[in-house]
Write a protein that binds this ligand. Sequence first.
Ligand SMILES: *Cc1c(COP(=O)(O)O)cnc(C)c1O
Length: 390
Amino acid sequence: MKPAARVEHLPPYLFVEVTRKIAEKRARGEDVISLAIGDPDIPTPEHILQSLEKAVRAPANHRYPESDGLPELRQAIARWYHRRFGVTLDANEEVLPTIGSKEGIAHIAWCYIDPGDIALVPDPGYPVYSVGTMLAGGDSFYLPLKAENNFLPDYDVVPDEIADRAKLLWINYPNNPTAAVADLSFFERTVEFARTHGIAVCHDGPYTEVAYDGYEPVSFLQAEGAIDVGIEFHSLSKSFNMTGWRIGMAVGNAEMIDALMRIKSNIDSGIFQAVQIAAITALDGPQDAIVDHNRHYQARRDRLVPALLDMGLEVEPPKASLYVWAKLPAGVNSGEFASRLIETANVVITPGRGYGEAGEGFIRCSLTVPDDQLDRAIERLAGVRATSLA
Ligand SMILES: *Cc1c(COP(=O)(O)O)cnc(C)c1O
């Protein structure tokens, strides 16, 4: 059987290779500590679990859900956006629950990309932006995120001919993997660029609630005119430690939301209603778990950053996201560094190259490891010099 070209063109999913390496080591009985994956280790808050338990018992929730979600969930999302960002959304036209935000991120390409079309994609970036584009038959034009631009794309260097042909623009702040943050003026420049060239903007914002030192990330939709040109993806995964539950949302421009809904309703049949009800509880309920989780991550950040500096890496303590993005000494290859670190210290980090060419020279460490494991990892890193792993 010969698979379709799109299957052959799929890159191996980034974490598949990392997972395989870890499994090999663990099969040999070694204690491998992974700082490679961003997946909150702290359980989902108790009141959300209780809400699910109750909803599971109601037979109405055992049947097919509507593709566009419970109206009560869409309303809870609109309320949450208003409380958190001061953004007003029409719960029927401008809100669509998704099966985790990854699902919506992959499917929005089907709404705007025809074969040969272009999407503007950040490099380094979350791999789904370019893979979704490829699956729809399109091509990614990469926008390098450089340290000297605070890891924001520079729209001025996109050739006009490319910008005019581009159908979609992907941005993501607080950023994975660079942990960079964006302010409203960047989002306003994005709106201006999108308007000039007739591009639909997708802002991927799963980390708006994961922030430190009192910093409060903004929503793309707070920028003047943003709702005329784009949508924002958000998720309960990182905000409420619900990665396994698979629930997220797309909000913003009504035409884009409608296009996504039309594609989705032909592919999936919505989200288990009990999970939708638990999501309403999460959004409407007390938000103090978010503060508590962030305190944990911040304490971990403050232990990990000095350890990386001691190794000879360059690091800015992140203001937000679940990651520390660290620059390797000149000439040290990120993939080789990652391999040697597993071999010598049994610590797994992600090579920046895995997120794109412009990620070379960097590594990403995740803060979602239990404290005792992080401490053990830090002990093992002590005494390792980055240049000695070159
Ligand atoms: C974690 C993550 C997501 C997706 O999360 P879901 O669990 O699918 O909601 C999307 N984008 C980025 C950049 C992420 O890091």
